[in-house]
Design a protein around this ligand. Sequence first.
Ligand code: GDP
Length: 551
Amino acid sequence: MAKREYPLDHTRNIGIMAHIDAGKTTTTERILYYTGKIHKIGETHDGASQMDFMEQEKERGITIQSAATTAVWRGFFDQYEKNPFRVNIIDTPGHVDFTIEVERALRVLDGAVAVLDGAAGVEPQTETVWHQATTYNVPRIVFVNKMDKLGADFEMSVNSIHERLQVNAEAIQWPIGAEDDFEGVIDLIEEKAYWPTDDLGSNWEPREIPADYQDIVTAKRETLVEAVADVDEELMEKYLEGEEISIAELKAAIRRATLNLEFYPVLAGSAYKDKGVQMMLDAVVDYLPGPLEVRPYVATDPKTDEEVDLVADDSKPFAALAFKIMTDPFVGRLTFMRVYTGTLQSGSYVQNTSSDTRERVGRLLQMHATSRTEIEEVFSGDIAAAIGLKNTTTGDSLTAVDHPLILESMEFPEPVIELAIEPKTKADQDKLATALQKLAEEDPSFRATTNQETGDTLIAGMGELQLDIMVDRMKREFNVEATVGAPQVAYREAFTKDVKARGFFKRQSGGKGQYGDVWIEFSPNEEGAGFEFEDAIVGGVVPREYIPSVE
Ligand code: GDP
């Protein structure tokens, strides 16, 4: 038996979530760089990105796959050198078309970093993913990125969190300068300023807080203490009694409040200019939960119908959720799983309680940024990819053969748009059938059907961009030659608040949509003053000419 390398309190399963273009990919790359797993900083849009390993993602510069990458964090000042943290990064997509991919990632991660564009603050898709994360009780820290960008404004970004997300969030850092003059970061908790001492931002040193920042630091630290004390009794008592609050006490209170989803620490940086990412990683281990600090995942015992709480424990029977199926060019089908309880050894059998089949796990892999390691055993609270599970699809429960459990699965909403696809030849027809089956297994929000009247093959999904990418993959990975029809709305139905909650909708009538949003037609209400949600009709996909140009 292998030995557990990282204790549960030194394990973090996190996601990086953001509005598209806020800098999620760049931030993730810098994390991988600083955790020592990659040695070259690749530019996303040059196609050298480490996380976006699928071709069309590189071309489009969009992260789609929820690949999980394992990194090791030794601390900003190597303070965890002897006892490092394992940080598994579950990649969450930023585009609203892939909201289903976001949901599946949120299921298996314990905490998240919300990345904002420091010049834009909270944006529409930030709101969508933020609310999804709230639904799944995921504690979050906020990284205000792009502090070097023209128009970057940290205070505006913090205020936009209050206004648009309506949550208790305050700065735990303050940027020194902004735009071209963004130089370093002040830690408001320790009241220390940090400056990089080299171009790559690998080395930093603490210095005196600049004189013109003294007042800001005093005021913002007070704001922070008050905001945390508001939701933390222990800190409130000290605060009211006027007692000195130590750094350790303040940090502990921030941790408690963040884990309770009552507070969201806000950090400043520029991934592109290599500033603030290491401090953000310190905040990940300081304020985001380990697997033992989250609500237990609920499973049902199929024999008794009783609910069982899954709390990470290696001595319990194995239970895991398959959250992602990927086809890897080297090893074939990979099943990514989050292990909740027990351990799993390579070569052993698991029960797939969703399909009621027994399957043998071939090899187990841990994916790093530039390499993969074969492991003998995966432990509770960890994430690994299995080779050899042929009948497992996304959302399936995998458990010990003699302890079957059904893990609360994911809901896959109905597709909203569809298009006809016509293979060129008989050979293409066969390839298309294979492609459709594989792609639907990977992504349950993607469906293929046959139009009963015309006999056409229809593919349906959550948005135009998702279908574009699926068509692209059919061509590239499965060599299907086909003609593709125009996107149609898969259904017309009265627009209910339910639909809104699922995040398909983002616009007001007359407003400009984001590419891929569903276009909603509103009817004015009786006074003609506003619009009735209940009367709105899903009218189509926002036309390309309405897409705001991306800088
Ligand atoms: P994603 O869509 O959220 O994954 O965003 P990317 O990481 O692909 O970044 C989008 C664009 O913003 C790219 O052109 C990046 O080079 C740029 N970018 C990312 N981080 C920063 C930053 O800190 N400052 C500036 N100025 N640009 C950035």
